[in-house]
Design a protein around this ligand. Structure first.
Ligand code: ADP
Length: 270
C-alpha cells in the first residue's frame, strides 16, 4: 500500500491559474521521500492539499489507502502531521510545553504519560531548557525546533516537513535530520520532506521533482541526479558529495559518483 496516492489533482487559489496541474503521484509507505523544485513550483501547496488544508478543484488524494474527503478529514488527520516552513502559523500553546502537549491531548494520550513525552521530545531538538518559555519570544530557529518537537511527540504515520529546518544553522539542521531519519528507522512511518538541501535529498529513498505545478521527474536520488542538465535548468544543484566524487571520477581516482561525504572519504582511504 502507498502512504499517499494522488490522482489527477488540480488546484488553483483563484480559479484562474492552476498551481497544481493534473498531478498524479505515489509515495511508498515507510519511505523517506523528498520533494524538490524551484520556488513557486507548488511544493507547499501540494503539502497543504495532502493534509486536507486546501481542497482541490479536481482529483483525489488517498492517505494510507483511504480517500481524503470531508467526512473522514479529522480521522485521517490523526494519521498525517505537518511541520510548516513558518512556525509562527503553528503555535497554539502559551508555553513551549503547552504547545507540545496540544497534539498529545488531541490524541487522548493519558495525562500521566504526557510530561515525560513532552520532556523527551523537547530534549531531542535541544529545547528542554525552554519548556516554560513563550513560543512567540523564541528565535525563528527555536520556533522550528519546538514545532518539530510537537511532531516528534505524536509521531503520526505520515509526517510532512515543509522546509522545517530552513532557519537552523548547519549543525542544528544535521541534528534534526538525524531525528527525522530516526522516525523512519523501522520503516513503519513515512517521511515526506520538502527541501532545498540536496545533501538531504541524497540521503532520502525517493525523490519527486516539481516544476510549474507538474511532476517533472520521480525516482531514487541516483536516478534523479543522473539528469544534471535538467536539474540545473530548474535551478537545482547536485549534492556537494556527488559534485566532488564526479570530479574524482573524471580524474580516475574514483570509479563512480557517491552521495555522501562519508562514502567519499571511505573510498579514498581504502
Ligand atoms: P513552493 O512551495 O514550491 O515555493 P507554493 O506552493 O508556495 O510553491 O506556490 C505555488 C504558486 O502558488 C506560486 O505561484 C505562489 O505565488 C502561489 N500561491 C501560494 N500561496 C498562495 C495563496 N495563498 N494565494 C494565492 N497564490 C498563492
Amino acid at each position: 500500500m502507498d502512504a499517499i496516492e494522488v490522482n489527477n489533482l488540480t488546484f488553483s487559489y483563484d480559479s484562474e491559474t492552476d498551481v497544481l496541474k493534473d498531478i498524479s503521484l505515489r509515495i511508498p509507505k515507510g519511505s523517506y521521500t523528498t520533494i524538490i523544485g524551484h520556488n513557486g513550483s507548488g511544493k507547499s501547496t501540494i503539502a497543504k492539499v495532502l493534509i486536507g488544508l486546501l481542497e482541490p478543484q479536481a482529483g483525489t488524494v488517498k492517505i494510507l489507502g483511504r480517500e481524503l474527503n470531508e467526512e473522514n478529514l479529522y480521522d485521517l488527520r490523526s494519521h498525517i502531521g505537518i511541520v510548516f516552513q513558518n512556525p509562527d502559523n503553528q503555535f497554539i500553546g502559551s508555553t513551549v510545553a503547552d504547545d507540545i502537549a496540544f497534539g498529545l491531548e488531541n490524541r487522548q494520550v493519558p495525562q500521566e504519560d504526557m510530561q515525560a513525552i513532552i520532556e523527551e521530545s523537547a530534549a531531542k531538538v535541544g529545547m528542554n531548557d525552554y519548556l516554560n518559555a513563550e513560543p512567540t519570544n523564541l528565535s525563528g530557529g527555536q520556533k522550528q525546533r519546538v514545532a518539530i518537537a510537537g511532531i516528534l511527540a505524536v509521531k503520526p504515520d505520515v509526517i510532512v516537513f515543509d522546509e522545517s529546518t530552513s532557519m537552523l544553522d548547519p549543525q542544528g539542521k544535521a541534528s534534526i535530520n538525524k531525528q527525522i531519519r530516526e522516525l523512519n528507522k523501522n520503516k513503519d512511518r513515512t517521511i515526506i520532506s520538502i527541501t532545498h538541501d540536496m545533501d538531504e535529498v541524497a540521503q532520502s529513498e525517493y525523490v519527486i521533482v516539481l516544476e510549474n505545478g507538474q511532476v517533472m521527474m520521480e525516482g531514487t536520488p541516483q536516478e534523479i541526479f543522473a539528469h544534471q542538465d535538467e536539474l540545473e535548468k530548474m535551478g537545482l544543484a547536485l549534492p556537494f558529495a556527488l559534485k566532488i566524487s564526479n570530479r574524482l571520477k573524471d580524474m580516475g581516482v574514483l570509479d563512480h559518483g557517491l552521495l555522501s561525504l562519508d562514502e567519499v572519504v571511505n573510498s579514498l582511504c581504502q
